[in-house]
Ligand binder design. Structure first.
Ligand code: ADP
Length: 421
């Protein structure tokens, strides 16, 4: 915006009231004598620029002054959005108005106020915009700092998990070694049946601890993006049937039914790490068993989509609240009361550390796939059930030759023998 150039008389009148104006504004804005001296310099400069704007009709002369005032504000002032420069400009205009009225005759007053009013109002709009921009910039910076802090925190958490898991593994292997020696010793002693009972309990605990530590290590491998895969061709159906066979005994213990349906797409061959994919499916199935009451039903099905195969794992269990559909895939995202933590892997509603689904998500995504859940909600009486969907790409060749394992002429891979390695 520019203003029409003003005649000399208006400029002369503005010069006439200069000293009174500076003295008054200075008193109104600053209390201490020292502050006032440095303020006087700035006001003099402002006044010079105001005259320039009147003479040239170009507001940019004053924008530069306002920019400097706005930039000189401290971060604390910027944070408190209300301490803005606009009220200062308003005070300055009030003083201008008072001074003009007192010092000039009516005609000169009207002329000068008429010339200054649009300048002041445009300056106020300018500074409000400028300060809003600064405020947004400041908020963006704060957000970025918070993001960096969170990232560092997440990194330390992930480092801690990795170090703790590796440190725990060494003594656990030692305990496992001694337990196995003890088993040899006790097995020789036919009279010691209670010893065997204690030892079985101990070994069960050791194996559960191993599983948890391995989960912690997997979480840190996924977090740091350093998972390594043993890429091979495999048939989707084989993967699902192997997963079923692994868990069929537990399903029977819980009197649940378990069915793997034939579907268009189950005969597809694709590339991936069958052992890791089995681990992913096992995690979902273990949850399906855990969160479905005795006598419930678990079904694996799916369909073929362009370039993908979709695998669905449904249960007739307690379901998941819609608000938790994302959280369950987050690290330690187990729902409910952690105080009621039971560490049974398959008991109804048995708790776990909340690492199964994040690992599953990490493994599926590392294979170029996606995972999500559908459930009408959490209801232990009406049992709406849950359906987990896995989308896996159908690859005609290994995704990365560097990691691809050399395989023989046969394309069928024995998943079971892979798992036993
Ligand atoms: P964990 O099983 O160790 O608690 P997961 O990451 O495997 O951890 O699962 C996170 C949470 O998601 C579970 O604690 C449970 O609340 C919920 N959940 C997962 N699968 C199901 C399911 N099939 N039915 C109901 N809730 C489920």
């Amino acid at each position: 915006m520019s203003y029409t150039r003003i005649d000399m008389q208006v400029t002369t009148k503005l010069q006439e009231i200069r000293n009174t104006w500076i003295d008054r504004v200075s008193r109104r804005l600053a209390r201490g004598e020292q502050v006032r001296t440095s303020l006087d310099d700035q006001l003099n400069y402002f006044y010079d620029m105001l005259i320039q704007v009147l003479v040239t009709g170009d507001p940019a002369w004053l924008h530069a002054v306002l920019d400097k005032w706005a930039d000189d504000r401290t971060q604390t002032e910027i944070r408190k959005y209300d301490s803005s420069i606009a009220p200062i400009l308003e005070k300055m205009f009030n003083v201008t108005y008072e001074t003009i009225k007192e010092e000039l005759n009516e005609t000169d007053s009207l002329n000068l106020i008429g010339a200054l009013l649009p300048i002041y109002s445009s300056l106020i709009s300018y500074i409000v915009m400028k300060e809003a921009e600064l405020h947004i910039e400041h908020e963006a910076l704060e957000l970025e700092n918070a993001r960096i802090k969170m990232e560092n925190l997440d990194k330390s958490k992930s480092d801690f998990i990795s170090v703790a898991a590796h440190e725990l593994k060494t003594p656990l292997t030692l305990i496992q070694g001694y337990a196995s020696m003890l088993r040899d010793k006790i097995s020789d002693d036919k009279n010691d049946s209670s010893g065997l009972l204690y030892l079985n309990g101990m070994e069960k605990g050791i194996s559960r601890l191993h599983e948890i530590i391995n989960d912690l290590i997997d979480v840190s491998l996924i977090d740091n993006d350093i998972l390594e895969f043993n890429i091979q061709p495999f048939r989707v159906k084989q993967l699902l049937e192997y997963s079923r066979n692994e868990l069929i005994r537990v399903v029977q213990e819980r009197s649940q039914s378990f069915e793997v349906l034939d579907f268009n797409g189950s005969e597809e061959i694709t590339y991936g790490d069958p052992e890791r994919l089995c681990q992913a499916i096992r995690n979902i199935l273990t949850n399906a068993i855990k969160f479905t009451p005795d006598g419930g039903r678990i079904t694996i099905g799916g369909r073929k989509l362009p370039g993908y195969v979709e695998i669905t794992i449904s249960d007739t269990g307690i379901g998941i609240d819609e608000a938790d559909h994302v959280q369950i895939f987050e690290k330690f995202g187990r729902l409910g009361n952690t105080q009621l933590h039971s560490s049974s892997k398959t008991k109804f509603k048995g708790g776990g550390p909340g690492l199964g689904l994040p690992i599953t998500k990490g493994l599926i995504e590392a294979h170029g796939g996606t995972i999500w859940v559908e459930s009408e909600g959490y209801d232990e009486i009406n049992l709406p059930g849950s359906t987990f969907h896995i989308l896996l790409p159908i690859l005609k060749e290994p995704p990365d030759y560097k990691f691809a394992k050399l395989w023989g002429s046969t394309i069928e891979v024995d998943i079971q023998s892979n798992n036993q390695k």
